[in-house]
Design a binder for this molecule. Structure first.
Ligand SMILES: O=C(O)c1cc(=O)[nH]c(=O)n1[C@@H]1O[C@H](COP(=O)(O)O)[C@@H](O)[C@H]1O
Length: 249
């Protein structure tokens, strides 16, 4: 039975992005069917895209979902421009690039998306989001392995400002940094935050985490929530519990 959501709960559900981190379309479809009627954003990352390809994105769009294509592009500007053009033609509502590719690369993503829209005016401009520091990265790893000194929040904010100056719509970061990003780039600059873990759940490979309620209170626009939902015994109930926690926050 499809449990009726209140308007407020529906608004919160739209801020949840479900990563369809599955090896094939069949397994992803099982989860989508399980969550039927909950209006989440769907995120297709490398595992599913490399296996099921553009057809799966088209299928999600036909089913009425907003789709975040998470391929984290990081290449020379001309190549990223072409990738952005293709993802926009495909109907992605959001896609991402790595901020560490630099401002020319980020601006090229925007140019590619705009070219697709100008060739086909029935398309809309997708939201283009820059990955700052992966939420699996701790300060220790950032300093000693990646070679960036200082604290993670300062680095994330520096990348966020670069992304804003390059004309992007927002960033991927931990909810721990959402408030600092809003202070630096304005409240409309979109924060897409993975690293969400309900109280008591496993961190898995994430480092910079917060609960769904904390992320909402920090002002995150979107919460990317995978294993706490997809790995739950009852994914639908796990999603409904999280929506309730977000609504109460
Ligand atoms: O770009 C992303 O979506 C992303 C960026 C990041 O910094 N951290 C991060 O976890 N992600 C993605 O967010 C999802 C998090 O999944 P869970 O850890 O299972 O909740 C995965 O699909 C990751 O690929």
């Amino acid at each position: 039975m499809v449990q009726e959501l209140t308007l407020e709960q529906k608004a919160m559900a739209k801020r949840i992005m479900i990563p369809l981190d599955y090896p094939n379309a069949e397994q992803a479809s099982l989860l989508i069917n399980n969550l039927e009627g909950i209006p989440c954003y769907m995120k297709v990352g490398m595992q599913l895209f490399y296996a099921a390809g553009p057809d799966f994105i088209k299928d999600l769009k036909r089913r009425g979902y907003s789709v975040f294509v998470d391929l984290k592009m990081h290449d020379i500007p001309n190549t990223v421009k072409g990738g952005a053009e293709s993802l926009t033609q495909l109907g992605a509502d959001m896609f991402n690039v790595h901020a560490s590719g630099g401002s020319a690369m980020m601006a090229a993503a925007r140019t590619g998306a705009a070219a697709a829209v100008s060739n086909n005016p029935s398309l809309s401009m997708p939201l283009i989001i820059a990955v700052t520091q992966l939420t699996s990265t701790s300060q220790e790893v950032m300093n000693s392995e990646i070679g960036i000194s200082g604290n993670v929040t300062d680095t994330v904010v520096r990348y966020a400002k670069l992304a804003a100056e390059a004309g992007l719509d927002g960033v991927v970061a931990s909810p721990q940094e959402s408030a600092a990003i809003a202070a630096a780039c304005g409240p409309a600059f979109c924060t897409v935050t993975p690293g969400i873990r309900p109280a008591g759940s496993s961190m898995d490979d994430q480092s910079r985490v917060m609960t769904p309620g904390q992320a909402i209170r920090q002002g995150s626009h979107y919460l990317v929530i995978g294993r706490p939902i997809t790995g739950a015994e009852d994914p639908r109930q796990a999603a409904l519990n999280i929506i309730e926690e977000m609504t109460q926050a």
